[in-house]
Design a protein around this ligand. Structure first.
Ligand code: AMP
Ligand code: MG
Length: 416
C-alpha cells in the first residue's frame, strides 16, 4: 500500500491509525525552543521575542507639543475669539530637537513645533491654524482648555511598562515600540534552520530534461518555500536516490546546518523502496506510523544526531507533503521558537458544493475560499499538484463525517 490517497479506502482494522492530534502532540513533545540570542532590530523582525521589551523610561520621555503652534498660558487667551483675538508678542521659537531651556512668561507666546520640548510653565498649545501665524506677534482667534495639544511625559507608557511581551512574533509595530523605547537589540529565538530533503530515483531537477518514468521534484521546493513562509531559513538538499546508505549519509552531513530536518518520500509501505523509513528505523529514535488523515497517512518523526535534531518524515505525494507540512511541521517550527500561535487559523465557511470523506479519517480537502464561502476543487488526488496550485484553503472534515452538502458550514484552514 502506498500513500495514494486518491480513493476513500480505509486502512485495515488490524492496523490502528493514530489521530492527527496524538501525532502532533508527540512531535511537539520532543521539540525544545532554540536558545535565545540577542539581535539588532532589523535582524529580529519576524522572529519571536524571548524576553519582554520594557520601557526603560516614560514614553514620551518629556512633555512636548502635539502640533505646530504657540505655547501660551490659559489666562492670556481666555477671551480670544474671531471678533476679539488675543494678541501676544512671540518671544522665541522652538523646533523639534532643540534642547535649550525655555520658560514661558505671562503675556507672551512662544512659537513651537510638533515634538518640541514644552517651555517651562506652558499650559497649552494653540494650533497655528487658529492664529494668523505671526512671527513677532501672534493673533489668537480661538481659545482652548489647559493641556490642549500637549503630549505629557509618560502619556503613552510608564517607565517599566511591558511594551511587547515575550512570545510575540515581531511585526513592524512591535519593532517601532522597541525602537521608540531606545532598544537597539532584543532577545529573540533565532530563525530556525530547516533542511529539506527529497528522496526518490524518479526525481529530476526542474529546468533539466526528463524521460518518461521520471518526474520533476516539486516537494523540496515547495517545503523549503513553506518553511521560509513560516519564518525559517530553509536549505534544500534534493536528488537523494533510493539508497538507504545515501539517505543516512546525506542526513548526517546536513545535521551541521539544521535545527529541523524534513524529508519527503520513502516512508509508505513499499518495503525496501521506502528507504527513508528503512534507513532511519535502524536508529531507534524514530516513530513511523499511519495517521488517521487524508491525504498524508504515512508519517514519521524522531530525533537524530548527537544534538537530537528533530526530524519529520513526510509522505512523497506532493499534496500529502504539503498538507502534512501545514498540519505538523508548521507547529513544530513554532515550537522551536516557543510560538504556539503559528498554527493556521480556522474559520467557518458555507460549502458551495458536496464533498465526501473517508470514515475514521480527517480529510484536508483543497478548496477556494472567498472570505465567506468555500468551494471544494475538482481533483482531490494527493498527486494533483496542479489542483493544489489553485487552492487557498483546506477544508477540515472531521473523522466522523463522511459527506457534506452545499449550504452546510465547513471548517476551513486558510492557507498562508
Ligand atoms: P513515495 O512516498 O516515495 O512512495 O512517493 C509517493 C509519490 O510521490 C510517488 O508518486 C513519487 O514519485 C512522488 N514523489 C516523491 N517525492 C517527490 C518529490 N520530491 N516531488 C514530487 N513528487 C514526489
Ligand atoms: Mg519514493
Amino acid at each position: 500500500m502506498s500513500d495514494t490517497d486518491t480513493t476513500t479506502t480505509t486502512a485495515p482494522a488490524t492496523d490502528p491509525l493514530t489521530s492527527v492530534e496524538t501525532h502532533l502532540a508527540e512531535i511537539l513533545a520532543g521539540i525544545r525552543p532554540l536558545p535565545p540570542t540577542t539581535l539588532g532590530l532589523p535582524e529580529a523582525e519576524g522572529l519571536v521575542l524571548a524576553s519582554d521589551v520594557v520601557a526603560t523610561g516614560p514614553l514620551p520621555s518629556f512633555d512636548n507639543s502635539a502640533m505646530d503652534g504657540y505655547a501660551v498660558l490659559t489666562q492670556d487667551i481666555a477671551t480670544a475669539s474671531e471678533q476679539t483675538p488675543a494678541v501676544l508678542p512671540v518671544v522665541a521659537e522652538i523646533a523639534a530637537g532643540d534642547i535649550g531651556a525655555y520658560a514661558l512668561n505671562p503675556g507672551t507666546a512662544i512659537r513651537i513645533m510638533t515634538g518640541a520640548m514644552l517651555p517651562h510653565g506652558t499650559e497649552l498649545v494653540i494650533p497655528v491654524e487658529w492664529t494668523d501665524g505671526g512671527a513677532s506677534r501672534v493673533s489668537v482667534r480661538v481659545k482652548a482648555d489647559p493641556g490642549h495639544a500637549i503630549r505629557l511625559a509618560g502619556g503613552d507608557a510608564k517607565a517599566g511598562q511591558v511594551l511587547v511581551p515575550r512570545g510575540t512574533r515581531l511585526k513592524p509595530m512591535h519593532i517601532a515600540a522597541a525602537a521608540a523605547a531606545g532598544h537597539g537589540t532584543v532577545s529573540v529565538h533565532p530563525r530556525p534552520r530547516v533542511v529539506v530533503l527529497s528522496t526518490g530515483n524518479e526525481l529530476a531537477e526542474p529546468g533539466t530534461p526528463i524521460v518518461p518514468g521520471r518526474i520533476w521534484d516539486s516537494n523540496s521546493f515547495m517545503i523549503a518555500a513553506a518553511a521560509r513562509e513560516a519564518g525559517c531559513l530553509a536549505y534544500r538538499q534534493a536528488g537523494i536516490s533510493d539508497n538507504a546508505d545515501e539517505v543516512l549519509q546525506t542526513i548526517e552531513d546536513q545535521l551541521i546546518r539544521a535545527d529541523l530536518l524534513v524529508t519527503t518520500g520513502g516512508v509508505s509501505m513499499g518495503g525496501e523502496h521506502d528507504v527513508v523509513k528503512s534507513a532511519l528505523r535502524e536508529l531507534g529514535t524514530m516513530t513511523f506510523r499511519k495517521v488517521a488523515m487524508q491525504p498524508g497517512m504515512p508519517q514519521g518523526f524522531g530525533t537524530i544526531g548527537d544534538d537530537d535534531i528533530p526530524i519529520i518524515t513526510l509522505p512523497g505525494n506532493p499534496v500529502s507533503a504539503y498538507v502534512s507540512f501545514q498540519v505538523f511541521v508548521r507547529p513544530a517550527i513554532g515550537a522551536l521558537q516557543d510560538d504556539h500561535s503559528i498554527r493556521l487559523s480556522t474559520v467557518k465557511a458555507e460549502l458551495t458544493g458536496p464533498l465526501r470523506s473517508p470514515p475514521g479519517r480527517r480529510s484536508f480537502l483543497r478548496g477556494t475560499f472567498d472570505g465567506r464561502r468555500i468551494t471544494p476543487l475538482t481533483g482531490q488526488g494527493s498527486h494533483q499538484v496542479a489542483t493544489l496550485g489553485k487552492a487557498n484553503a483546506l477544508i477540515n472534515v472531521p473523522e466522523w463525517v463522511v459527506q457534506m452538502q452545499p449550504g452546510e458550514a465547513a471548517e476551513v484552514l486558510v492557507l498562508p
